[in-house]
Design a protein around this ligand. Structure first.
Ligand code: 26V
Length: 795
């Protein structure tokens, strides 16, 4: 199919007539997009069926990646690229007067995730399929993904995301594979033939309907599945108030949680988690049973991975199925369950570790609670054997304590593998945050440093750079990205370095154009593009970045002799709707932007841009255009980061702390190709453990800091009188938990160094080349191979 443009055009026009019921002359861009999408989905459907057949016949072990988030972005060009038909399709469309790039714009981002964790899941699916590995995703088909962000008068305003407004061409609804999910009610316990029988009665039922999406591998025949569940009422509800029931039911897959900083809706969040787990396990077991009989062998054919603790109910749910439905004894069920499940931890921030009050958990999921309770009792008994009399120690490790269910503890106890997402993060888990668990289960803990798919983040989003690499190295690096290291032999090749710089410049032009169309602000594409894009969190320290901008502004205004290379500071960040402090920082960035961008004295040197509604499709224009990558979290706080890898792969130089995967970037590129500053993780830890940090000292002793901080509240920004008091208070009254003031001086210094380095263009280009060349390690193909071999045992 589509071996040439003529064939494609014929198929396209025919499909258009059939699906849209219009002639080509009457059709719209939306019709074209929809037609093309359908055509491709049908094109892959045979291979999709074949892949599943192959897995079934060969009885291969399969992995299911359970995740409450999948941040896919747009799929059209990804699919074309992976199928290898991008050229044919693009040329065929062009003959018809249609630009492929315009059709791409019709597609809404599938934004079913908050940030790093959800995007990682999307990259992993791409790698699994591209490496011909049998691995599928299971998630929730939220009607509304992450909110759309508007900036109004400098403030973030959230609008519901409407990604399904025009349907979603990549999904197939499979109503016949629906399953029912029970909530509330009671557990009836009876004796039958000397065995206890548990039955969940008087439950409120919800239907989970699967929507399947093909996950196309790059130039392979493998097409895996992403199955997303949607909540619908059961066919014959017995409830009195059917309307209320319908509303409550549909609420389960209505919204993606922009994290749960707010208390309300906790029940809904737990409902979502069980909904995902119960529906996914039922469909996994159904397909397992079609080929195998003995549930005791389940873990030899199936691996279930839980992405953070959100799907951790997979552990008690698998126990329930094995015991209540398959009639296994506890010990056998436990062996199968722990051998099946593996868990990734994505954060050490205690406020982000999930805990559920028993008063919510028990009534909503009565049978789950009984099983978790039993797991806890047995675990505590084992602890008691090893640590007799150490009550406090055991209590701290218990799964249920003080009326709370600790999901991370359940995940560690009920799985055979616990991994962190970067070397430093895993060490922190082992020796600090989860030390007692590490001592008890030393073999479970391992590291899998995150990665990103180089297909989306280089081949797709920076085609000209990818083409240049292919021209120099041949195409083999695409299959084996660590071969990019061969680029190093061109380190002194001025022709190549110039071409690299030209590509960067063109990408900067592209982003500048996009910014101009959206904001009317013109930016100098010869200025340094200094970019920080990620969720807004205190620990990520966007505040440090904007303080640096304020400092530079003051410096230029006051010191005639001060010279710097012009810089454009670009921010993109969404704040969780309930996160007060984060929203203040967004307002501050926008307020500084307004001041700086309108001041004729500084205007030439400084520009500040806040990109509205940062999301995957926008990110694809951002990473290729960056000169400097801001990775400035307080050391020990960022588990890994993955934006840092995307910047690196596109030739930006990191200004960063020794945190998360920055440590491994530094290890690969060496001191001379990265700008490292600030406290190290052990120093931060030392402060937390022993005190000794006094933020006010930095305020009093560093006039640059004092000036910037005073400007928050002395009328420097007109019309925003006490707006920034909470920021000021967080630094002074709360003693600057994230060491913004402590690291300020070191940050200013390294930024100055980076600015000078940029002016030595030849040297800078070499640094950039080095970063690209060494980025192959951070391909998610490497990460997935490590999971496949070290944890899942799939081939
Ligand atoms: C969630 C919350 C929610 C409550 C308020 C504070 C807070 C802080 C952090 C989080 C993040 C939860 C999990 C997560 O998304 N972790 C991210 O996972 C990425 C993929 O492994 C990793 O690169 C990021 O460093 C990590 O933050």
């Amino acid at each position: 199919m589509f071996s040439n443009t003529e064939e494609f055009k014929e198929a396209f026009l025919k499909k258009l007539e059939m699906t849209c019921g219009k002639s080509f002359a009457d059709s719209t861009e939306k019709d074209h997009y929809y037609t093309l999408g359908l055509l491709i989905r049908e094109y892959v459907s045979t291979e999709w069926i074949n892949t599943n057949e192959r897995y079934r016949i060969d009885q291969v072990k399969q992995v299911y990646y359970l995740s409450i988030e999948f941040l896919l972005g747009r799929l059209l060009r990804n699919n074309l690229l992976n199928l290898g038909i991008e050229q044919v399709v693009s040329a065929g469309l062009q003959d018809l007067g249609i630009e492929l790039s315009s059709l791409e714009e019709v597609e809404s981002d599938a934004g079913l995730g908050n940030g790093g964790l959800g995007r990682l899941a999307a990259c992993f699916l791409d790698s699994l399929a591209s490496l011909n590995l049998p691995g599928h995703g299971c998630g929730i088909r939220y009607k509304h993904g992450l909110f759309e962000q508007k900036v109004v008068d400098g403030y973030q305003v959230e609008l519901p995301d409407q990604w399904l407004r025009n349907g979603h061409v990549w999904e197939v609804r499979k109503a016949d594979l629906s399953v029912e999910i029970p909530f509330w009610g009671e557990v009836d316990i009876r004796e039958e033939n000397g065995r206890q029988v548990f039955q969940h009665i008087h439950a409120e039922r919800v239907t989970a309907v699967p929507y399947d999406m093909p996950v196309v591998g790059y130039h392979t025949e493998t097409i895996n599945t992403l199955r997303l569940w949607s909540a619908e009422p059961v066919r014959y509800p017995t409830n009195q108030d059917v309307l209320k029931y319908k509303k409550e039911t549909e609420a389960i897959s209505e919204f993606l949680y922009p994290d749960d900083t707010q208390d309300e809706g906790k029940i809904l969040r737990l409902k979502q988690q069980y909904f995902l787990v119960r529906a996914s396990l039922q469909s996994i077991i159904r397909s397992f049973k079609r080929q195998h009989k003995d549930m005791k062998e389940f873990h030899q054919y199936i691996s279930i991975h839980i992405n953070d603790t959100h799907p951790v109910l997979a552990i008690p749910e698998l126990m329930r199925i094995l015991i209540d439905e398959e009639k296994l004894g506890w010990d056998d069920a436990w062996e199968v369950t722990t051998q099946t499940i593996s868990y990734t931890n994505h954060t050490t921030l205690s406020e982000a570790l999930e805990k559920w009050p028993v008063r919510i958990f028990q009534p909503l999921l009565p049978r789950m609670y009984m099983i978790v309770n039993e797991i806890n009792e047995r675990f505590c008994a084992k602890l008691w054997e090893k640590y007799p009399g150490k009550w406090q120690y055991i209590e701290n490790m218990a799964i249920i304590a003080h009326d709370q269910v600790k999901m991370a503890h359940l995940a560690i106890v009920g799985s055979h593998s616990v991994n962190g997402v970067a070397a430093l993060h895993t060490e922190i888990l082992k020796y600090r945050e989860m030390h007692s668990f590490y001592q008890f289960f030393p073999k479970k803990f391992n590291n899998k440093t995150n990665g990103i798919t180089h297909r989306s983040w280089l081949l797709k989003s920076n085609q000209s750079l990818a083409d240049l690499i292919t021209e120099k190295l041949g195409a083999e690096w695409i299959r084996d990205p660590e071969q990019m290291a061969l680029l190093l032999k061109y380190e002194n090749d001025t022709d190549l370095l110039t071409r690299l710089a030209d590509i960067k410049h063109a990408n900067k032009e592209n982003l500048a154009h996009r910014i101009f169309t959206q904001t009317g602000i013109k930016i100098d594409t010869h200025s340094i593009f200094d970019i920080q894009v990620k969720r807004l969190h205190a620990y990520k320290r966007q505040l440090l970045n904007i303080f640096h901008v304020m400092y530079l502004y003051n410096r230029i205004k006051e010191d005639e002799s001060f010279k710097m290379h012009p810089r454009t500071f670009i921010f993109g960040a969404k704040a969780s709707p309930g996160y007060y402090f984060a929203k203040k920082v967004i307002k501050l960035i926008n307020t500084v932007a307004k001041k700086v961008n309108h001041d004729p004295k500084t205007n030439e040197y400084l520009k500040v841009i806040f990109l509205e509604n940062y999301r995957v499709s926008l990110a694809e224009d951002v990473f290729p255009a960056a000169d400097i990558s801001e990775q400035i979290s307080t050391a020990s706080k960022e588990a890994s980061g993955t934006g840092n890898m995307k910047f690196m792969m596109n030739g930006a130089i990191t200004v960063g702390t020794m945190d998360g995967a920055n440590v491994e970037i530094h290890e690969r590129v060496g001191d001379e190709n990265i700008f490292i500053f600030g406290l190290r993780s052990d120093e931060v830890n030392h402060y937390y453990a022993h005190g000794g940090y006094q933020a006010t000292e930095y305020y009093h002793h560093d006039h640059r800091i004092r000036q910037v901080m005073d400007q928050l509240r002395n009328g420097f920004f007109p019309d925003v009188f006490d707006e920034f008091e909470p920021i000021y208070d967080s630094l002074i009254m709360e003693n600057d938990q994230y060491f913004v003031l402590r690291d300020f001086s070191s940050y200013v210094h390294i930024q100055e160094k980076a600015g000078y380095a940029y002016e030595k263009q030849e040297k800078w280009r070499k640094m950039s080349l080095n970063n690209i060349a060494k980025s192959g390690f951070f391909s998610s193909d490497r990460t997935i191979n490590e999971y496949a071999q070290g944890i899942w045992g799939i081939k």
